[in-house]
Design a binder for this molecule. Sequence first.
Ligand code: 16G
Length: 241
Amino acid sequence: MIDKQLHIPLYYQLAQSIQKQIDSGDLKPGESLPTEREYSEKLNISRMTVRQALNQLVNNGYLYRVQGKGTFVAECKIEKPLTGITSFTEDMMARGLEPSSKLLHFELIPATQHIANHLQIKENSPVYEVKRIRLADDVPMAIEINYISANLVKGLTEKIVNQSIYAYMEDQLNLRIEQATQTIESSLAEPNEAQLLQISDGAPVMRIQRTAFLHDGTPAEYVLSAYRADRYKFTVHIHRK
Ligand code: 16G
């Protein structure tokens, strides 16, 4: 597990070795880890070094601690490629998870100037404001607030947004999203978000802002979302110029 002759910090070697055990499945989600004292006695290293290794893995979302109970292996993160546009429903189904939504808010509102700018519509035009918790196998993954022009996406109902907005647009209205502009920022969960996502106050989240467009460039949705950073990672394949 650890080679003291190497010029690689011991905490780092330990963290790498535990991470390998998680990646290979030797350590499974939910499994508890040996205590700091057990690691330190077995490997003949200080408890400080063990703590540093475990802290790194906790911070990176591989492990989590439960007060008074110990350190456990976290669920694997969902890897979301950044190269294609998929809906939450499609993403979960592709992974064999059951998608569902908890609808928090559904209202037809007059577009504020900010929303109107993103959707390239006139201020005060009717816009659906949809706030949902998105769940996978009943575990909250993200909070999403969609703003959708009611003159474009006609007939949206609570029943539809409880299923899939993209499926409705494509299958019923023949409106296909072709491209999107998206930003991703790291942030900390506000207390109300933490409660909805069942994470602790101030836990890391990734805020994604997306404007998605139809093939002719018409904005179809403006979306603000907060994804759990302990359950998601984004991947992208890149080329050197
Ligand atoms: C994804 C999209 C979101 C879209 C939603 C539709 C990201 C960051 N966001 O969550 O923009 O509104 O899917 O999902 O990927 P639905 O078709 O399941 O309602």
